[in-house]
Design a binder for this molecule. Sequence first.
Ligand code: ADP
Length: 507
Amino acid sequence: MSATAAADPLLAAPLGDGEVLQLFLDGGWAPAADGASFASEDPSTGMPWASVAEAGPVDVDRAVQAARRAFEGAWGSVNAADRARILWRTAELVDRHRDALAQLESRDNGKAIRETRAEIAGVVRCFEFFAGVCQGVRGATLPRTGPAFVYTLREPVGVVGAITPWNSPLVMFAWKVCPALAGGNAIVVKPAEQTSVSALALAGLMRELELPAGTVNVLPGLGPRAGAALAEHPGVDKIAFTGSTAVGRELAATAAQTLKLVTFELGGKSANIVFGDADLDAAVDRSAFGIFSAAGQSCQAASRMLVERSVKEEFVSRLIAKAESIRVGGALDVRTQMGAQVSKRQLEQIERYVALGVEEGAQLCTGGVRPGLEGELAGGFFYTPTVFDQAENTMRICREEIFGPVTAVMSFEDEQEALALANDSDYGLSGAVWTSDVKRAHRVAAGLRCGMVWVNSYRTWSPITPFGGYKQSGYGRENGVEVMEHYTQTKSVWVDMQDRIPDWYAS
Ligand code: ADP
């Protein structure tokens, strides 16, 4: 463990007096049952900076049992008003520690501090919103159609298993934990192995709330081991997963064995459609943000830019200039506009795709290399903002998720062709349309086969807005009051109102 991780006050609780960040399980800190641990790297330097306990199937089983006890015991009897207070107090805790949490997240993930600060502010909003949702989740009284009075109850699903990705670790933690607690569920979270630290830090902070033991458990571990054990566990009622479509497919099959409820937020290959009548300055700036923010590691990344032929040359030259102006650097440096990729593996995947794009015949206009930073950043996982022009929608760089700062520009003649290209994808997460024609904006928004559309903007989110994809981008929605459909189940209660129930066997 480097001095820096050990010195971080937010990690004092998970660290105890040892060197390895512990699992948060059944209300306390614990090493992995088999003593395993793994290193978490600082992507800005490529050096390990924290050592984290690695949960295995035994730990998963313990956590699920603890969650079940909480759900059937003390946590299950906490009413909606008190759950709301817990969520609100969590928002206050995150807000109070927002700078420290952002630092930790940038260190562990490589994302620029200006971005993690905005993300932590989003986490606060998320807990605040779901505090409000708690008491709004309610059943219905149904119209009388016979002798019974029928009402419905909205009940928790029970124990939620959450498997989260590394690209926005604490935001993804909040997107699962908030609706789970709002609905009265207990939860076991398996954060991504690349970025487990912030979830442990927040679990440490949440101890102040004195939640019943087992209500929230955080088990860092590897996907095929801890993640798979969670998905297989018969004591888990629902899996909430954000990650790659490939793993989502596997988890769907695993979860089907025990018929768990599932929500999946998977990959994307989003189309950003720019018409000739768009405000080109705004379109270039925000489209650049759409692909290069989070260093391109976003399921919503604007990885396909569809531009009307009349403005394509102009758009591309301005996009290149923008890409070349972006300051790539260490995550903790406030001047940095784009941080590191999360891992060497990820960096190499991007390099393979860029080589493939060139091989496929797309024109590499800018980027396509590591920036060659110096000093302690020399070993960091940095890549330059990359733009391909003359791409074809049949190319693999236009069909597969690269998850890096690489976009491919294609041109189109008219609205119909733009929509056909945009929708010709296995994915359907998000899309955008840039135009000053309000009718066209709405037509295109309606015509896109995806879960989220921006008009004259890109990559904004809020906890009140449903988030999720069509096609192979996933099942179900996160956020919004709508998400509570996925974290509660409906029970119908029949109350017979007849003085006397007729005897079916009387005649
Ligand atoms: P990426 O390829 O971008 O790392 P993944 O889909 O592999 O995305 O990872 C997202 C989350 O899924 C992580 O928490 C990871 O540990 C987990 N995961 C990966 N493989 C499996 C698996 N076979 N079963 C369960 N979880 C998995």
